[in-house]
Design a protein around this ligand. Structure first.
Ligand code: PLP
Length: 401
């Protein structure tokens, strides 16, 4: 008998499990709106042209070798990543107060940041928004932090519960860590306005809470890298400390390359350098050092003015297609006379729409229309196309009537 005979089957991951179910469905009209990955109008994955160009350059450079990177990753990639999120003129960067380490995409950056905090920060509680990306709770719990939630989404308005957010952060213990989605909140698509961000900043600083930004969608929300970085830059500009986890999965389409960065903005250069020495002790026993290929692609693009400009154009095109899908779906539901106010579809931001459909309606749409999505009613606008909008409209209409 197997020594593992007692092992019970674990449930499928709630998000990745949607794709597993989708793959098993033989229907020709099936539609996967569960994945958080960009698709073209033809429903195909997209490799950015600028990424192909960068890869070509890397292949042609015969001096390139496959040696190990340092524990903290590719130095140039780290510098350019900090500049991308904090801005080229960031005083914190100029004063050497930022330490940046290359990590395994957004998830790995969150995990390394979480483990560092659990070892070296005085307050072990992290507040995450309700709801949030399903992996946050697990990542931070396993990192050794104690996870609590703050109110974020208001189902009635399908918008932000700003009052609830202020109350919950206001009653958090001094020093607690606060996880903030830098832009394009997942799963709700609801972001604070810049004025609200400023109020959140004042509250966080007045209570000495520690902000930890999850930046998985820079450039994907508005189409502008700078506009989407405004909330993070607002916090960095006050001279206070914060952590930032960056992912290049969505904005460069580098999902499988697992390329991201953790930056910790500190009060002084001396603190930053000591923090970095401890980050190395977190990383070394976990995976020794990060992979070289994806970081080389990103550095090649970020260092070259022409490639950078080309990237911003391709990124804007992805963001614009998603925004256009919002409009098309909204118009189609209106034209169809589907009961309900669907204006949240065009008000929400980023890759996802939090439709307001409940688990029962989702199950109905999957069973009768072969449309796959998470049970919280979240649909990926990036998985939709002009061709599939009518089918989704039929399904929603049938589900709510
Ligand atoms: N954070 C949020 C809010 C996300 O939506 C995602 C991906 O879906 C991630 C982090 C991490 O993604 P990755 O590890 O692929 O960069």
């Amino acid at each position: 008998d197997s020594v593992f005979a007692h092992v019970v089957r674990a449930p499928e991951d709630p998000i990745l499990g949607v794709t597993v179910a989708y793959n098993k469905d033989p229907s020709p009209v099936k539609l996967n709106l569960g994945v958080g990955a960009y698709r073209t109008e033809e429903g195909k994955p997209l490799v950015l042209n600028v990424v192909r160009k960068a890869e070509q350059q890397l292949v042609n450079d015969v001096s390139r070798v496959k040696e190990y990177l340092p524990i903290v990753g590719l130095a140039e990639f780290n510098k350019l990543s900090a500049k991308l999120i904090l801005g080229a003129d960031s005083p914190a960067i100029q004063e050497n107060r930022v330490t940046t380490v290359q990590c395994l995409s957004g998830t790995g950056s969150l995990r390394v940041g979480g483990e560092f905090l659990a070892r070296h920060y005085h307050e072990r509680t992290i507040y995450i928004p309700l709801p949030t990306w399903g992996n946050h709770t697990k990542v931070f719990t396993l990192a050794g932090l104690s996870v609590k939630t703050y109110r974020y989404y208001d189902p009635a308005s399908r918008g932000l519960n700003f009052q609830g957010l202020l109350e919950d952060l206001g009653s958090a213990p001094s020093g607690a860590i606060v996880l903030l989605h830098a832009c394009a909140h997942n799963p709700t698509g609801v972001d604070p306005t810049l004025e609200q961000w400023e109020q959140i900043r004042q509250l966080i600083r007045s209570k000495a809470l520690l902000p930890f930004f999850d930046s998985a969608y820079q450039g994907f929300a508005s189409g502008s890298l700078d506009a989407d970085a405004q909330p993070v830059r607002l916090f960095a500009a006050d001279g206070g400390e914060c952590l930032i986890a960056q992912s290049y999965a969505k904005n460069m389409g580098l999902y499988g390359e697992r390329v991201g960065a953790l930056s910790i903005v500190c009060k002084t250069a001396d603190v930053a350098s000591r923090v970095e020495s401890q980050l190395k002790l977190v990383i070394r026993p976990m995976y020794s050092n990060p992979p070289i290929h994806g970081a080389s692609i990103v550095a090649t693009i970020l260092r070259d003015r022409d490639l950078y400009n080309e990237w911003t154009i391709e990124l804007k095109a992805m963001a614009d297609r998603i925004i256009s899908m919002r409009q098309q779906l909204f118009d189609a539901l209106r034209a169809r006379g589907t009961p309900g106010d669907w204006s949240h579809i065009i008000k929400q931001i980023g890759m996802f729409t939090f439709t307001g459909l409940n688990a029962e309606q989702v199950a109905f749409m999957t069973k009768e229309y072969h449309i796959y999505m998470t049970f919280d009613g979240r649909i990926s606008m990036a998985g939709l196309s002009s061709r599939t909008v009518p089918h989704l409209t039929d399904a929603i209409h049938a589900a709510v009537t």
